[in-house]
Ligand binder design. Structure first.
Ligand SMILES: *Cc1c(COP(=O)(O)O)cnc(C)c1O
Length: 373
């Protein structure tokens, strides 16, 4: 027998973090429901896979997984600099936006300070803020599900916040603020605050509607290969920012955190514009189909510039029951957690076949929802 000894105490900031999981994984949901696999429409992954050239590149290089990747991701950063018309010093690559959010918080928020976000928006940012011993202040969505940019700036000034987080297009609302409004938000922030602009869905926004021009030193833009490029499982994304910000991230990021297959696949994907354009066109078609499905079933849908659509189920209680009914039928989706959007369910655009299956199952589940009450 070991002598009775207590486990070590974590540092105070971590001890204060509740042991909740931001996202229950579909694998876990399937295990709990006793199902082998699920119709996977809950995590906004691409239903259309990585570009064939990316798959081939991973295959070709698989044996060299015994090597570390280039810790500077230089080839990829050069290609990204060409794509965005900026310098390589404006780009830092990391293992997804989720890691970059943590680097921004660690590098620029500081323990005890406040960060402002939208209540119920992408939650990973909040987990980093709390985990580094800081506080979240949140502005609710407007009643139409749009982010209130002026209110974010106002709350930033009122609380002395150092970071304002904006997902644009937003998740889970799907709403989008045009470039002029985002520029105004950045300009409205006090000098000691920065705008952390999560552009995970930028690839789905029509060209010309995103921020253009020189990189604003007080704005950090985050991009990912997880959505339109179909590489969520590879874990790779990047920040577009001032050279000083990039240098700060370079100091604290995990030096070998971006794996070699991910670097190779991301680089190969950048050369596959036609494939990515095809994915975007199919996602647009899928969103229209979901809107038509909503009209047919009496469920209003919200406008979206992403690869998912919110269906309005009228009340939170009804939306939660529908989520359960769908899971019982083998469908994995998620729903927003905070009002006013918590009465909605969020459905990723699947392939044409997945959309057809979802349409049938949704109609059936809705029918049961009403007979079971
Ligand atoms: C999917 C998503 C992410 C995650 O990006 P990764 O690069 O896979 O970490 C970040 N932000 C938003 C708003 C997302 O929807």
């Amino acid at each position: 027998m070991l002598p009775e000894r207590a486990a070590p105490e974590p540092v105070a900031a971590i001890a204060a973090v509740p042991a909740t999981t931001p996202f229950v994984a579909p694998e876990e949901l399937a295990r709990t429901a006793g199902l082998r696999d699920l119709l996977r429409l809950g995590a906004n992954e691409s239903a259309f896979g990585p570009a064939p050239a990316a798959i081939a590149a991973i295959g070709r290089e698989a044996a060299r997984t015994s090597w570390y990747g280039d810790p500077e991701s230089r080839e990829l950063r050069d290609a990204l600099a060409r794509r965005h018309g900026c310098a390589v010093e404006n780009i830092v690559v990391a293992s997804g936006i989720d890691e970059l959010l943590g680097l921004a918080v660690r590098g620029y928020l500081g323990a005890g300070n406040v960060a402002v976000t939208t209540l119920g928006s992408y939650p990973t940012f909040n987990y980093h803020v709390v985990g580094f011993g800081s506080r979240i202040d949140a502005v609710p969505y407007a009643s139409d599900g749009c982010v209130q940019l002026d209110a974010l700036a106002g709350r930033c000034r009122a609380t002395g916040a150092r970071i304002v987080y904006l997902a644009n297009p937003d998740n889970p609302s799907g709403s989008f603020a045009a470039a002029a409004r985002v520029s105004k938000l950045a300009a409205d922030l006090p000098d000691d605050a920065l705008l952390l602009l999560d552009e995970a869905y930028a690839d789905f926004v029509p060209a010309g509607e995103l921020l253009a021009g020189a990189i604003d030193p007080r704005v950090i833009r985050l991009r990912t290969f997880s959505k339109a490029f179909g590489l969520a499982g590879a874990r790779i994304g990047y920040a577009l920012a001032a050279p000083e910000v990039v240098a700060t991230f370079q100091k604290i990021r995990l030096h070998y955190g971006v794996n070699r297959p991910a670097q190779i696949a991301a680089l190969a994907s950048l050369g596959e514009r036609a494939f990515v354009d095809g994915v975007i066109a199919e996602v647009n078609r899928g969103r229209d189909e979901y809107a038509a499905l909503g009209r047919r079933l009496g469920l209003p849908t919200l406008p979206s510039l992403t690869n998912f659509v919110l269906f309005d189920i009228a009340t939170r209680e009804r939306a939660e029951r529908l989520l359960d009914e769908l899971l019982t039928r083998g469908v994995f989706i998620r729903k927003p957690g905070a009002p006013p959007l918590d009465r909605c369910i969020r459905v990723t655009v699947g392939t044409a076949d997945e959309r057809a299956r979802f349409a049938l199952i949704l109609a059936e589940a809705l029918g049961d929802l009403d007979t079971k009450r």
